[in-house]
Structures are given as structure tokens and as C-alpha cells.
Design a binder for this molecule. Structure first.
Ligand code: NAD
Length: 360
């Protein structure tokens, strides 16, 4: 099959890590008989340098014409980069928010997977880790408290700030469907997280999720209150497969879940719209402190490319091959600086990309 991929190298370590992910994808094409046509898109600082703005309409149109977008990261050092002398709406990060909005990416997926080889980086005790954990957080990204009406009023000299949390049933249904579809590609369990003992929006959330669940009798659904979920993530993370939740709860829980894996250079992420289209990127930033030094860990971007194969292109076998290749390279003891431990072999960005490619 032929697929069109938009590539956004971005800033800092972005071009290096995207280069390695592309190398891995080229190998997948060779082995499985696909062809990918790449269109390079400028975003963030890279776009400011060429066009004076962090995102152009042309970039949006190019991304929309593709089957999926693979991105490195954007942004520079806020203290030294000239991009941060611009007004906030012209800075690199504004480009990222704008492209997410333009592409209507409402579902954010953040896997938290603990590789046995990296278990020392996990802050949890050995008996809690057990055989490791493998979960994915499906977070609603365009509704809820962050997008509700907000204002600050003053009455009788007392200021009151008001933020509104609202969800309609369509917004809940479309993210719930994503979570159940994803669960079917995994271990078929959805934990829907809410605060239904207090919030009306959570009670509607629960009702709609239960409704959607009727179409997925092969997937087990459980409900969990958000405060309990925060606790369970560090008490027994093994119990989770897919965590489905709203915007703010997801913001907090996905950071907590990624923290328990311990390694920022390993964490992939995806943002999807209503079709299979998605933007795939590592969870980390552009690491300007190590840019251009062949020190960046490309694995988070390579794993993001694997997510793209699985969720946008439905190439599950190929996604498995990429994930297995990463696993093998870690088992062989190769590490970039960020995940280095005693007795392992230190490699740079390019060599890590070559090693993963060779294992496919
Ligand atoms: P960061 O994630 O870029 O870096 C934090 C630390 O982790 C640094 O020490 C860095 O060297 C290290 N690190 C990050 N990724 C690594 C990798 N793949 N391999 C090895 N080490 C890695 O966060 P920051 O320093 O707070 O932000 C730097 C820039 O990135 C800022 O401009 C910020 O706005 C931007 N940013 C972009 C995104 C994005 O593109 N989605 C996300 C977060 C931050």
C-alpha cells in the first residue's frame, strides 16, 4: 500500500529524531512491501525562520492532504532563542496549538509502558512493578474545563474567578468510541475515570460511556473516580489497560502515568481526529540543551511512528515489528545517555536508529 505522511522535524533535537524514525519506517516499507510518500512541513521555530510565523496555511493544507503526521518537537531555549522575543501568538508553541486545532485533534493517546530492562528508572518498588505494566491514557483534548467559558468578576471588593466545565454527549461519545476501539487492539479493558459522585458532567460522561460500551460487548468496562485512579496508578499500575478520561483529569493522570515509567526519551504520544488521521509525536520537548550533538534518544519518536502504523494506517503487524525491534535493542544492552545504566553500551542518536532498523 502507498501512504502519504507529513513529516514535521521541528526544532532542537526534532530533525535528528525524525530522521531516525523515518529510517525505521523506510525499513518497514522495504520489508512489508509498502511505500510512504513524505511531505516535509515547517512548524514552530523552523517556520518562523522561513516564513516569520510558526504555522502557515500551506503547512496545514499539506498535513490535511496526508494520511498521518509524524512530528519531532518544536521550541527553543526560552532564555536565549530570538523566537521568544516575539509576542506569544507568534512563538513556536502557538504553531503547535494552532495545528492541533486546525486538524481537529480531540483524542490524545499517551501510552505508559515499562520495559523490564529500564525498571530501575521506575520510582515504584519492585513488588509493585511485578512483571511490568502497559497502559494507555485516552484523554479528551478539546473540551471540558480548559475550553469552557471563564471570567473573573468583582463584587463588593471581592474578586471571584469562574471556570466552566461542560461536556455535551457528542464530545463524550466520540472519545469513548476511540477508547473502545483502541482497547480492542490491546487487552480489551477500559477504565473510565470521572468524578461522578460530585460533577454533573461526570454523571453524563458515565451514562454515555455505558451506552457506547453496549456496542463493544467484547471489551470490559469499569468506572473509577479520579482521586482513586491517581492512587491506583502508583499502588497497582498493572491493573490498567486503557484509561479513558476527560481533558483536565487526563492532563494530570497522563503525567503521573508517564512519570512511573521513569524515562522521558521513551514516551510516545498521538492526537487523533474523528477519522483515522492523527499527529504522532514524542511526549518530550525539543531538548535544545543536547540538540545537534547526537545525544538524543530517538526511541520515543520511533514508538510514535509505530503508533502511527497501528492507529492511522491499521498496520498492526508492522507496528508490532517496530515495538519488538526496540525491545530487542534494549535487551541487547544498547542505551542512549538518558537511559544509560551500568554494564550497558552507550550509543548516539544515529546508532540507536540504525540498531532498531537492523532488528526489523
Ligand atoms: P524537554 O523535554 O525538551 O527537555 C527536558 C530534559 O529532558 C532536558 O534535559 C533534555 O535534554 C531531556 N530530553 C528530552 N528529550 C530527550 C531525548 N529524546 N533524549 C534525551 N534527553 C531528552 O523539555 P524543556 O527543556 O522543558 O523544553 C524545551 C523546549 O521544548 C521548550 O521550547 C518547550 O516549549 C518545548 N516543548 C515542546 C513540546 C512539543 O513539541 N510537543 C513539548 C514540550 C516542550
Amino acid at each position: 500500500m502507498n501512504y502519504k505522511i507529513a513529516l514535521i522535524p521541528g526544532d532542537g533535537i526534532g530533525p535528528e529524531i525524525v530522521r531516525e524514525a523515518k529510517k525505521v519506517l523506510d525499513r518497514v516499507c522495504e520489508k512489508y512491501g509498502h511505500s510512504f510518500t513524505y511531505s516535509e512541513v515547517l512548524l514552530g521555530g523552523a517556520s518562523i525562520d522561513v516564513h516569520g510565523v510558526p504555522l502557515t496555511q500551506e503547512a496545514i493544507d499539506t498535513a490535511k492532504a496526508c494520511d498521518a503526521v509524524l512530528m519531532g518537537s518544536i521550541g527553543g531555549d526560552a532564555k536565549t532563542s530570538p523566537w521568544y522575543k516575539l509576542e506569544p501568538s507568534k512563538r513556536p508553541e502557538a504553531g503547535l496549538l494552532a495545528i492541533r486545532k486546525a486538524l481537529n485533534l480531540f483524542a490524545n493517546l499517551r501510552p505508559a509502558y515499562l520495559y523490564n530492562e529500564l525498571r530501575k528508572a521506575c520510582p515504584l518498588r519492585d513488588e509493585i512493578i511485578g512483571d511490568g505494566f502497559d497502559m494507555i491514557i485516552v484523554r479528551e483534548l478539546t473540551g471540558g474545563l480548559y475550553f469552557g467559558e471563564r471570567k473573573t468578576i468583582e463584587e463588593n471588593g471581592v474578586k471571584t474567578a469562574i471556570d466552566t466545565l461542560s461536556y455535551n454527549e457528542n464530545e463524550i461519545r466520540r472519545i469513548a468510541i476511540k477508547a473502545f476501539e483502541i482497547a480492542r487492539k490491546r487487552r480489551s479493558k477500559v477504565t473510565s475515570v470521572d468524578k461522578a459522585n460530585v460533577l454533573d458532567s461526570s454523571r453524563l460522561w458515565r451514562k454515555v460511556v455505558e451506552d457506547v460500551a453496549k456496542d463493544y460487548p467484547d471489551v470490559t468496562l469499569e468506572h473509577m473516580l479520579v482521586d482513586n485512579c491517581a492512587m491506583q496508578l502508583v499502588r497497582d499500575p498493572k491493573q490498567f489497560d486503557v484509561i479513558l478520561t476527560e481533558n483536565m483529569f487526563g492532563d494530570i493522570l497522563s503525567d503521573e502515568a508517564s512519570m512511573v515509567t521513569g524515562s522521558i526519551g521513551m514516551l510516545s504520544s498521538a492526537s487523533l481526529n474523528e477519522t483515522k488521521f492523527g499527529l504522532y509525536e514524542p511526549s518530550h520537548g525539543s531538548a535544545p540543551d543536547i540538540a545537534g550533538q547526537d545525544k538524543a534518544n530517538p526511541i520515543a519518536t520511533i514508538l510514535s511512528a509505530a503508533m502511527m502504523l497501528r492507529y492511522s494506517l491499521d498496520l498492526d503487524k508492522e507496528a508490532d515489528a517496530v515495538e519488538d525491534a526496540v525491545q530487542k535493542v534494549l535487551t541487547l544492552g544498547y542505551r542512549t545517555g538518558d537511559i544509560m545504566s551500568e554494564g550497558c553500551k552507550l550509543v548516539g542518536t544515529k546508532e540507536m536508529g540504525d540498531l532498531v532498523t537492523d532488528q526489523i
